[in-house]
Design a protein around this ligand. Structure first.
Ligand code: XMP
Length: 482
């Protein structure tokens, strides 16, 4: 057994404080790449777990500057619908705006405006061709029975743009002409979208949100490597997904390499994240297979019992360190997935060479995760579960076949060792608050290392190992009032 290497986890190490010229932690820029093609202002990713990420969480994380990965334990169309929900959310470009006919009355127009809470309606003919625009001002003092066609601003007096307009061009046009609404019109004169000044001004307050070049929030989604995964991948791409996370428990496998080949062929240059892995050799293999980012972590997850059941895994700090050394040589980002319990762990993961960290447990207890708040011994909790738990497996079986699901699951899976558990997690309020706490901790950790950017952190971070006594000294301290 000579030569068995030692592997460490976050608790085993500390960042060594170093000379720092950073005057304020606000100077620290945490921007990093999620994949080779997608960069984030905040290197935080929500996990593709059914107790963590559906559209609501993905929106919250993307608005904060990170990205969410929609889990794959939904029927294909339902998962694609979650992606669509994110892509449409608060988008500056409303792709299917509410419209009205020129023959409608002002009374009807008022009703629509009030019901939908909107201040302007594009007026279209039955073929969706734009005829004019009716705003709140136009209906204000108008007689109820007057027709929309008599009060609208007609098409020839409207400033419009093509559906390909960039947000920057739209902003220039709207500010130059003092427009509140900019209809987008295709080559056939049909309404293809609407940009409103209100949505653009909201964008300024969400300046660090993760957006695509059309201004829509970015979102990723998970797929597997067997069964309907290709069909699922195509549906997700159709829905506008920005990256696919090819996610299996043992990513260093032939099944993964085959799937990567098929996906690359079908999806062209769509960002593909591959995982999970924990060794340098696996990192090299997945990069050669075309991965645009690597998801690293075998067994560190809070809901995960792989290491107990299978005896396999690598303590997470070492796994990240080892994979990142290979990945950085190829310019491929590493996502440190699982085992983040404190904000300091985020700084340690980035210091070890990761670009981003993926969070399960810490986000599972927030308002935006799927599932209800429960009360347990008077404490507010939510329920989280490992995706390889019996509970998750049984739920999937019942969803796919409500009548026979239980029997099928018992026959096929109940004697398979679960590699995950279900457990209550503390309720933590809004996801934004958890994310802010982690981001502040990361900024502090980087500033202790004298780094003002993630690449600088990779160069400068130095670690010491600590003993159990060191871990105890690190806290939390058993002191009254702490
Ligand atoms: P945290 O510690 O943030 O970790 O909750 C989230 C990550 O845990 C992984 N995961 C699992 N791993 N069995 C496993 O071996 C499971 O049932 C399971 N469910 C989630 C996953 O990588 C996730 O992002």
């Amino acid at each position: 057994m000579d030569g068995i290497p030692l592997a460490l986890t976050y608790d085993d190490v500390l960042l060594v404080p170093q000379f720092s010229a950073v005057r304020s932690r606000q100077e620290v820029d945490c921007a990093a790449a999620f994949t080779r093609q997608i960069s984030l202002k905040v290197p935080l990713v929500s996990a593709n777990m059914d107790s963590v990420t559906e559209a609501r969480m993905a929106v919250a994380v993307a608005e904060f500057g990170g990205i969410g990965v929609i889990h794959r334990f939904l029927p294909i169309q339902a998962q694609a619908a979650e992606v669509t929900r994110v892509k449409r959310y608060q988008s500056e470009i409303i792709e299917s705006p509410q419209t009205i006919s020129a023959h409608a009355t002002i009374a009807e127009a008022r009703q629509v405006m009030e019901r939908m809470g909107i201040g302007g309606l594009p007026v279209v003919d039955p073929n969706q061709r734009l005829l004019g625009l009716l705003t709140r001002r136009d209906v204000l003092l108008a007689d109820e029975s007057v027709l929309v066609s008599e009060r609208m601003t007609p098409r020839e007096r409207l400033v419009v743009a093509t559906p390909e307009v960039t947000i920057a061009e739209a902003r220039r046009l709207m500010s130059g002409h003092r427009l509140e609404k900019l209809p987008l019109v295709d080559a056939q004169g049909r309404l293809a979208g609407l940009i409103t000044a209100k949505d653009l001004s909201r964008d300024v307050s969400l300046g660090r949100a993760t957006r695509d070049d059309k201004g829509r929030l970015r979102v990723a989604a998970a797929v597997g490597v067997v069964g309907d995964y290709l069909e699922r991948a195509e549906a997700l791409r159709e829905a506008g997904v920005d990256a696919l996370v090819v996610d299996i428990a043992h990513g260093d496998s032939q099944a993964m390499l085959t799937a990567m080949g098929e996906l690359r062929e079908r999806l062209g240059d769509l960002s593909l994240v591959a995982g999970n892995i924990a060794t340098a050799e696996a990192a090299e293999r997945l990069i050669q297979a075309g991965a645009d980012a690597l998801k690293v972590g075998v067994g560190p997850g809070s809901m995960c019992i792989t290491r107990l059941v299978a005896g396999a895994g690598v303590p997470q700090f070492s796994a990240v360190l080892e994979c990142a050394q290979v990945a950085q040589r190829h310019g491929v980002p590493v996502i440190a997935d699982g085992g983040i319990r404190y904000a300091g762990d985020v700084a340690k993961a980035i210091g070890a060479g990761a670009s981003t960290v993926m969070l399960g447990n810490l986000l599972a207890g927030t308002d935006e995760s799927p599932g209800l708040v429960i009360l347990r011994h008077g404490q507010k909790m939510k329920v989280a579960r490992g995706m390889a738990s019996h509970e998750a497996g049984l739920d999937r079986a019942l969803r796919d076949d409500p009548a026979q699901g239980w029997a099928r699951w018992e026959a096929a899976e109940s004697d398979v060792a679960a590699e995950g558990i279900q457990a209550p997690v503390a309720y933590r309020g809004a996801a934004r608050e958890v994310l802010q706490h982690l981001l502040s901790g990361l900024r502090s950790g980087m500033s202790y290392s004298g780094a003002t950017s993630v690449p600088e952190m990779w160069r400068k971070a130095r670690f010491v190992r600590q003993t159990l006594a060191g871990i105890k000294e690190s806290g939390p301290h058993d002191v009254a009032g702490f």
